[in-house]
Write a protein that binds this ligand. Structure first.
Ligand code: SF4
Length: 259
């Protein structure tokens, strides 16, 4: 259904939606992620991660009673290595958990107001290998079936912002994994109520596949000849692991600091 263009052979490469989005913002920053260098964790991303676990639990197992909510949060933190790790990196202490729980409860209280009709699955894992050793991998927050039409949903716990590439990546991944296009893919902010909806077409998703292939080509070419990739400054520099030694990044963050 979707032709993924050929790419140079090279090391096995696992591409996620966030890696693709990072590459489209600043190629060298994405390159750092592939080297295993990550930016500093943030409290909002920890809360967002916990809220996503709670939302998935609600959709899969039913509503969470108010008096059970704190215990559920503790179970989710304890059962998710990534949350546990981030808690340590943020230096969060057990005594700070009640405040985290209350913030997450606020998001959950908003989340339950969204209709769940047609819910089919939460945290649905997708994977495809459209070219040898090129793995596209991701997890869709929720899948709904609206009278036979598949709708993918990505929950946001803050403003929606620029999500077209992320939604396009999920559509591509679904098309490669399931051999069918979803009818719609949405980003929904449980914080603000914003909703961004895209209706994927074969043409648009083929075009996005070509951009993912171009990313793979650029990365593998850079790895082969040892060259650094392009650096592009922007708001994303704040959480870049290369910020301290990056001229472009420091200029961008200085401009942002001036408001
Ligand atoms: S600090 Fe900014 S410009 Fe520099 S590598 Fe990171 S994201 Fe790119």
């Amino acid at each position: 259904m979707i032709d993924f263009p050929p790419v140079p052979s090279g090391d096995r490469l696992v591409v996620s939606a966030s890696a693709f989005v990072a590459f489209e913002q600043c190629p060298e920053s994405a390159n750092a992620r592939f080297r295993g260098e990550y930016g500093p964790p943030s409290r909002p991303s920890f809360i967002g991660g916990l809220a996503h676990r709670v939302f998935a639990r609600h959709l899969s197992q039913g509503p969470i009673e108010s008096d059970e909510f704190e215990q559920v949060c503790k179970e989710e933190i304890g059962g998710a290595p990534s949350l546990n790790l981030r808690m340590g990196e943020l230096g969060l202490k057990p005594s700070q958990i009640p405040a985290l729980v209350e913030e997450t409860r606020g998001l959950y209280d908003r989340f339950v107001k969204f209709p769940s009709d047609g819910f089919e699955g939460a945290e649905v894992s997708l994977e495809a290998e459209p070219q040898p050793d090129v793995i596209l991998r991701g997890r869709v927050d929720a899948v709904f079936n609206d009278a036979g039409e598949t709708r993918l949903v990505d929950w946001k716990t803050g403003r929606i912002g620029e999500v077209d590439d992320q939604l396009g990546f999920y559509s591509l991944l679904w098309a490669l994994d399931r051999n069918a296009l979803p009818s719609a893919v949405e980003a929904v902010s449980v914080k603000t109520g914003e909703r961004r909806r895209a209706v994927p077409t074969v043409e648009a998703i083929s075009s996005l596949a070509a951009r993912v292939a171009a990313m793979v080509t650029t990365l593998r070419t850079g790895w082969a000849d040892g060259s650094e990739l392009e650096r592009v400054g922007g708001p994303w520099c704040t959480y870049c692991p290369l910020l301290d030694d990056c001229v472009e990044g420091r200029a961008a963050t200085a401009v942002m600091a001036q408001g």
